[in-house]
Design a protein around this ligand. Structure first.
Ligand code: 13P
Length: 256
């Protein structure tokens, strides 16, 4: 896999509060980035903005992602939405197993159903894994291994490389986090994730599985994640700021 072709995903979470603001983010971001950069950029707005924003996205190089999805196409699932409902929107990626959803009670088994459903639609699932805390005796590694193994259970071995794995340490997410992961921490985790995938399938599949980093990413720390061998970034807060997000995209576009 070409490491220089970065995947940059903006996870807008439950922001902004109006569609007007959402449109402005896209319009302003588009003005600040080149029309054809080599990095792949995806924005994941809240559901109500997804279909209305398609027209604006079409005029840009930005792809459309979702923040979550129900595994079934329809059914008695109050409050849930399914992939076929977004069919006309040309969704390219779906974030699954984000820690903010896991905190609401989502478990690895349910996440694995979502991953299989998204794969079946030919869309790329972005599986989020990450420890809540780092302990001294490396229990967090076991925790992440379980997240990966269980969330990918039932996924055919060869299909694992179609899943993007996003390492998002929970302790580094959000405005209250003291810091992002260091380059060393990110590198260790990238190697570890690949080893788990290799054990589940084989080294070829592991080598072709994209591992990206998310949690307190900004323009000042992206170089440390690139140095750590991360092949992409999952950006929260900064993805809502066209200036900050464009700086990240522009830096990744010129990577040699
Ligand atoms: P922040 O970049 O705001 O820390 O959020 C990270 C995240 O959760 C992206 O999915």
């Amino acid at each position: 896999m070409d490491i220089k072709n970065m995947l940059i995903i903006g996870n807008w979470k439950m922001f902004p509060v109006s569609f007007k603001e959402a449109r402005n983010i896209i319009i302003n971001l588009n003005k600040k980035i080149s029309k054809k950069g080599k990095s792949e950029v995806v924005v994941c707005p809240p559901y109500p903005y997804v279909l209305p924003i398609v027209t604006d996205l079409k005029k840009t190089r930005l792809n459309l992602g979702l923040q979550d999805i129900h595994p079934e196409p329809n059914g008695a699932h109050t409050g849930s939405v399914s992939l076929p409902m977004f069919d006309s929107a040309k969704v390219t990626h779906v974030i699954l197993g984000h820690s903010e959803r896991r905190a609401l009670g989502e478990n690895n088994l349910f996440i694995s159903q979502k991953i299989k459903s998204v794969l079946k639609s030919g869309i790329t699932p972005v599986l989020c894994v990450g420890e809540v805390l780092r302990d001294e005796d490396n229990t967090y590694l076991k925790f992440i291994e379980t997240q990966i193994r269980e969330s990918l259970s039932g996924v055919p071995k060869q299909a694992i490389s179609k899943v993007v794995i996003a390492y998002e340490p929970v302790w580094a997410i959000g405005k209250d986090a003291k810091r992002a992961a260091t380059s060393e921490e990110a590198r260790e985790m990238r190697i570890f994730i690949r080893k788990v995938i290799s054990d589940m399938s084989n080294s070829q599949v592991a080598m072709h599985t994209r591992v990206i980093y998310g949690a307190s990413v900004d323009k000042n720390n992206i170089s440390s994640f690139i140095e750590a061998g991360m092949q992409g970034l999952l950006v929260g807060r900064v993805s809502l700021d066209p200036v900050g997000f464009s700086e990240i995209i522009n830096s990744c576009d010129v990577l040699k």
